[in-house]
Design a protein around this ligand. Sequence first.
Ligand code: ADP
Ligand code: MG
Length: 225
Amino acid sequence: MNEPALITARGLRKSFGPTEALRGVDLDVRRGEVLAVMGPSGSGKSTLLHCLAGVLVPDSGTVEVAGRSVSGLGEAARSRLRLTEFGFVFQFGQLLPELTAADNVGLPLLLNGTPRARARTAAGAALARLGLQDAGEKHPTELSGGQAQRVAIARALITRPKVLFADEPTGSLDSLAAENVLTAMLDLVREDGTTVVLITHDPRTAAYADREVIVRDGRIGAVVA
Ligand code: ADP
Ligand code: MG
């Protein structure tokens, strides 16, 4: 078990004007691990996730994924990395309302240069893995909240990313729908061996993770094995 971590963060600090959102965070995420990140609102969870994923560059400190610096890359290289190596799911799926579910799911492949027909086939398969084989031609407004989040998950996983970053992915759902969506997501990531960083407020959600960390005031607090 001495395999190096897939994600290594050291000494992360990030301020927004006078607000110190991260005050020195060290974190390792093992390959294939599902890590839950908990902590009060405003404690720095989303900022941490954005630094890990190269959405934000920390003011100081480093992030490496698979031995490659993320924090040291320029904007173009970071956005390429996000598109090819990472998947993202947010509280509100952020589906494009003018596209069908299938076109939403296939979009990352199109952006990667995959031919349209192949992207469509892959989108259909990805939707089917989440039990949405009949929803491909629907638009986001025709989907339930749980279905919309499943579409967002299918979209995030369609590139078979190394890491899935999820920021309260079931936070907008009632508890039954949340549990169904979460277990569907975790079934897929466990099958694919995807590493997951999952922000959640819900202790029951965290219980599905391999490990949890608590962020408090921009620092990692208690760590539960
Ligand atoms: P959490 O996700 O735990 O709720 P965030 O990482 O979103 O916390 O925010 C941490 C702190 O940084 C909060 O005080 C928040 O208001 C502040 N913050 C986050 N993003 C920005 C931003 N883009 N501009 C200004 N302040 C921000
Ligand atoms: Mg947040």
